[in-house]
Design a protein around this ligand. Structure first.
Ligand code: ATP
Ligand code: MG
Length: 437
């Protein structure tokens, strides 16, 4: 892609309405545009990054056997009346009337709808366990939408739902999802700490929030640093091993302010291991057993021949929030560097064409074609602008590698740079193999 032809509306100045780095940067680099309070359009650059996050989330869901489907954004109020949440949900729910006067709503979550789908089709324990998920826009009429995509009214979420015949099996599904969450966040270049959470209005007895460390987060966290060291590789995919994994995580102190007690913290965590900071919730998982299956009459025949409500859990990841959260975790000293797995491009060629330098541009086009041939996703910055502005701009856009083509480059050698590190002078072959790695 040539930057001169792309729709990336970069702003010259910091937008004054944005309070935190990720929000500033996303507006500044033309990733998003606000259309109403807490409602955003995703412009090409932001959309591309969000789609990359989405596909990693999807791969990891599929790899534990979860099956993707797609439920609508608009739901009927009927099922919410059956579960009792139509009243309980309160003002966060956006309620709509259709032309026949029927009460509809824009889904803030999907426990009711998935239970309705499940109850009409699955009747026997023999078809369990099942995990279903979708990736869909949600709407919650948050009282104070803020911080850009971090707390929106309309946001993009992966939500999964597990169905099991009894508590023990359901716990296995919960553990699998727990495991896949840690893996997902690792692949996104993030260290997420699972924290025992209150189950809140969703109810039930087992719940974890996944929180990444960031000064601008809304959650205060207190943890034993050693929780960051747990290595997933030592666990296998078996039920037993995953139960052990969850217990290992749970045995280390890690809580948000809701559960924090300073005497406990001091008692259970050595001084030098105490981690007190802020964090961003990027995922939340719940086991709530028959909370919805009972009122919605989602019954299955169990082994003994009697009917029981199916045991359910739900599992969310905030995909649109993750775009902002990744920036909060990686932006430092006016430089943003995207983790390679979700970077908008693999590499950018920054070419000096300030004095109408045709030679440089030709050289750049050649390099561009070579890299394209290798399936490297490359951006060519062919905009007519001085080099110092270009460097500043790319420090913000955050493409992890740069090839610089200016007056200094000799025959067949190029300046190559990984963001936040030193320039190297390399041949194109050398650059290719570095990028391939
Ligand atoms: P929070 O405590 O931040 O309000 P929640 O507990 O209401 O979140 P869940 O219902 O567990 O959120 O939703 C799952 C995930 O969806 C959250 O972990 C978060 O990443 C994301 N999410 C929730 N609300 C929002 C929002 N208003 N804007 C963007 N992402 C959100
Ligand atoms: Mg929560």
């Amino acid at each position: 892609m040539h930057l001169s032809k792309l729709f990336i509306p970069i702003l010259k100045d910091l937008p004054s309405e944005a309070k935190i780095k990720s929000h500033q940067l996303m507006l500044r680099t033309g990733m998003i545009k606000q259309s109403a309070a807490g409602i955003y359009s995703w412009l090409p650059l932001g959309f591309k990054i969000m789609k990359k996050i989405e596909s990693i989330v999807r791969e990891e869901q599929n790899s534990i056997g979860a099956q993707e489907l797609l439920m609508p954004t608009i739901q009927s109020s009927e099922i919410w009346k059956e579960s009792g949440r139509y009243e309980d949900y309160g003002e966060e729910m956006l309620r709509i009337k259709d032309r026949q006067g029927r009460e509809m709503l824009y889904g803030p979550t999907n426990e009711e709808l998935i239970t309705d789908i499940f109850r009409t089709s699955v009747k026997s324990y023999k078809s369990l366990p099942q995990i279903l998920y979708h990736i869909q826009w949600k709407f919650r009429d948050e009282i104070r939408p803020r911080f850009g995509v971090m707390r929106c009214r309309e946001f993009y979420m992966k939500d999964a739902y597990s169905f099991d015949v009894n508590d023990e099996q359901a716990r296995n599904s919960y553990n699998k999802m727990f495991y896949s969450y840690i893996k997902t966040f690792n692949r996104l270049g993030l260290k997420a700490i699972p924290m025992a959470a209150d189950t809140g209005p969703i109810g039930g007895d087992l719940s974890h929030e996944f929180i990444i460390l960031a000064e601008t987060g809304e959650s205060h966290i207190y943890a034993d640093k050693s929780i960051l060291e747990i290595n997933l590789n030592k666990y296998e995919a078996s039920d037993k091993s995953l139960e052990e994994m969850r217990k290992d995580f749970s045995s280390i102190y890690a809580v948000t302010d809701e559960k924090f007690k300073s005497d406990e913290f001091n008692k259970f965590v050595k001084k030098e291991n105490q981690l007190k900071t802020k964090g961003i919730e990027v995922g939340h998982i719940f086991y709530f057993s028959d909370k919805y299956s009972k009122p919605l009459n989602c019954l299955i025949d169990n082994k003994g021949g009697s009917k029981t409500p199916v045991c359910m859990g739900s599992y969310g990841i905030g995909i649109s929030r993750l775009v902002g959260a990744t920036i909060e975790a990686n932006y430092n000293n006016e430089i943003m560097k995207w983790p390679k797995s979700i970077a908008p491009f693999d590499v950018v060629i920054i070419v000096n064409i300030s004095k109408n330098n045709k030679e440089n541009l030709e050289k750049a086009e050649k390099v561009y074609k070579e890299l394209k041939k290798q399936n490297i996703d490359v951006l060519l910055d062919d905009v007519d602008e001085n080099m110092s502005n270009k460097f500043k701009k790319h420090d913000l856009i955050g493409i992890p590698y740069q090839i610089i083509i200016g007056s200094k480059t000799e025959q067949n050698k190029y300046e190559f740079k990984e963001l936040k590190s030193k320039i190297q002078i390399l041949s194109l072959d050398n650059i290719k193999s570095q990028l391939k790695k």
